[in-house]
Design a protein around this ligand. Structure first.
Ligand SMILES: Nc1ncnc2c1ncn2[C@@H]1O[C@H](COP(=O)(O)OP(=O)(O)O)[C@@H](O)[C@H]1O
Ligand SMILES: [Mg+2]
Length: 577
């Protein structure tokens, strides 16, 4: 547990808290003594009144200082725990297999990093201390009350169970309502997020009326849930208050009667029923201390429960199996040739649904392998296997005649450069984005890469050229231009293997061919895997694999495949007739 790691702060907080409460418990005693000194039969004992008054004041002031320090400690503790939790969570995310991100919504992960951690932090640190001190305060005040007057305790025998009943009712009734409320709120947020990210599509489909209606409905549900939860809370709060007031009044009346009886000597000083005016004062003060935590308990418990749910969500990530470690004798490839061979490879994302069936091909060093086929045929899946984002079910994949499962994963992945259809640029300058992954490249290298990617002249026109910040506002870059930047990025690392997975799908065909030509220069001696929709760009490939439903149905050069007059030929003719 995190509080154990920061045990010194936790203990400090506990000490502060217990001391502060101890002092606060002493306060009423001195006040009671002062009251007794005022109402003494020998007249007012001024010295004793002042003495006890100062002692009381001292207790309260010190208690105030301690509680202030306690709060400071708690803030520091919370800060440390939040930092550590977030760090662990994020670190875990960096070692999870790609499969995790393929199967979990990003928004949910983000909300765990931000919202759930805050929930846990808010509750755990403060509530845990509060529970300990509450128990202490309840027992402490009960102890003092018993010393002062046993008969007056009887009042609580009646009222405490009633208020416990009320708070229990509150916990039972209101808590599910709170849960519904947060769920509805979550749905509402998710909906808003969905809407924001799809604003263009929604506009294009004239769906704003529809969206507004749906949002209205969700908004209503959330508000309704809020009302229900707060409504019951609102009834029960005052009821408990009423009972508290009632018990204090009863203590006063009952205590007053006992006081009169004691005064008139009907009840002797050694009797159980004897009480002085100071005793009543103390008793009333203690009874308030006593009742407070009992009423608070239901709240704390419900806060605990929500923190528990949040913690569960966090730990579900932290406990997630990371990508298995490389085997002990995993090797590091040096001087890679770029020879890639697949032999009888079968693979499915789910055990009972194979996507790739007995796939075999050989990519010789420096050759270009094109993979074509309809959407969903399994082209990207093949790339996932080459990069070992997923492990194959049977067969083997060899790089330079080494089984890829026997190669250090980072080493394997670093020997590829990959450009995907989904362009990924980060907040930073264009220069930073291109140089990403090849940090020792010079500005000349970057410019050369940009020129080859046909994006140089565009960058030159920007206000700050290569040092223009890619931010949300300001300059507007088209999807195709973004893709060109990622292609320029891929040209820098001197890896032996290159993967282009529909990397030019947002670029016009003229530019695409120009890029292919430029790449030809830069990519000499590199083994390239190219997935492209437009067959015009892959005519020069050394080997074309035609994939359909996870099977290679045709294999050969452009000419060979055309002569075969099969699937490829009909695909090609449909694009060029
Ligand atoms: N992470 C995944 N989990 C389960 N199934 C997947 C996953 N990714 C892709 N698939 C399925 O695998 C098949 C091949 O997908 P993919 O290789 O992406 O096709 P494409 O040829 O268009 O690149 C599709 O039927 C797709 O639904
Ligand atoms: Mg794909």
């Amino acid at each position: 547990m995190y509080m154990v790691k920061y045990w010194y702060l936790t203990i400090l907080a506990l000490i502060f808290s217990l001391f502060a409460n101890y002092l606060a418990l002493l306060g009423p005693r001195f006040l009671g003594n002062a009251m007794d000194a005022i109402s003494n039969e020998k007249g007012v004992l001024m010295n004793e009144v002042l003495y006890n008054f100062w002692r009381m004041l001292f207790c309260y002031v010190l208690s105030f200082i301690l509680i202030y320090s306690l709060n400071v400690v708690m803030v520091i503790l919370g800060q440390k725990i939040t930092y550590l939790m977030r760090k662990q969570l994020f670190n875990r995310l960096t070692i999870l297999p790609i499969a995790y991100f393929d199967s979990h919504p990003t928004g949910d992960i983000v909300s765990r990093i931000s919202y759930d951690i805050d929930t846990v932090n808010a509750s755990l640190s403060t509530d845990l201390i509060q529970v300990v001190t509450s128990i202490y305060t309840v027992l402490g005040s009960l102890y003092f009350m018993i010393i002062i007057s046993k008969p007056l305790i009887l009042v609580f025998v009646i009222t405490v169970p009633i208020s416990i009943l009320f708070t229990k009712m509150k916990a039972k009734k209101v808590q599910p309502l709170h849960r519904i409320h947060s769920r509805k709120l979550g749905e509402l947020n998710g909906f808003a997020e969905e809407m924001l990210s799809g604003a263009k599509t929604i506009g294009a489909y004239y769906q704003y009326d529809n969206i507004t209606k749906k949002f209205d409905q969700k908004n209503n549900e959330a508000v309704e849930a809020y009302y229900n939860a707060e409504y019951y809370g609102a009834i029960i709060g005052p009821s408990v208050n009423f009972i508290n007031n009632l018990s204090i009044s009863l203590v006063m009346i009952f205590g007053g009667i006992l006081y009169l009886l004691s005064q008139q000597g009907i009840v002797g000083e050694d009797s159980l029923w004897f009480i002085k005016i100071g005793g009543i004062t103390q008793f009333v003060l203690y009874s308030r201390k006593f009742a407070g935590p009992i009423n608070e308990f239901a709240n704390i418990i419900s806060e605990f429960q929500s923190a528990y749910t949040a913690a569960e969500r966090i730990f579900r990530i932290i406990d997630e199996e990371p990508e298995p470690l490389d085997s002990k004798n995993a090797i590091k490839l040096v001087d890679i040739d770029g020879d890639v061979k697949l032999e009888d490879v079968s693979f499915g994302y789910l055990p009972n649904k194979m996507i790739i069936h007995n796939l075999s091909f050989h990519a010789k060093p420096g050759k270009t392998i094109a993979i074509v086929g309809p959407t969903g045929a399994g082209k990207t899946t093949i790339i996932n296997l080459l990069m070992r984002f997923y492990d194959i079910n049977s067969g083997q994949i060899l790089v330079d005649n080494q089984e890829i499962s026997s190669i250090i994963r980072d080493n394997l992945r670093a020997s590829y450069t990959m450009v995907l259809q989904d362009t990924w640029l980060f907040y930073g300058t264009i220069y930073d984005n291109i140089v990403y992954g090849a940090e020792n490249a010079t500005l000349e290298d970057v410019v050369a890469a940009a020129k080859a990617a046909k994006i140089h002249s565009f960058i030159e026109q920007l206000p700050n050229g290569y040092y223009t910040l890619l931010s949300d506002d300001g300059i507007n870059i088209s999807k195709g231009q973004k893709q060109l930047i990622t292609i320029a990025r891929a040209m820098l690392p001197r890896t032996k293997m290159l993967i282009l997975d529909e990397a030019t799908s947002n670029v016009d065909s003229r530019t695409e061919i120009q890029i292919q030509n430029a790449m030809g220069e830069l990519m000499k001696n590199r083994t390239c895997f190219v997935i492209a929709h437009r067959l015009s760009t892959i005519q020069n490939a050394d080997l074309i694999l035609v994939v359909k439903d996870g099977n290679v149905i045709e294999k050969g050069t452009h000419e060979e495949l055309l002569n075969q007059g099969g699937f490829y030929a009909s695909l090609f003719n449909s694009q060029f007739s």
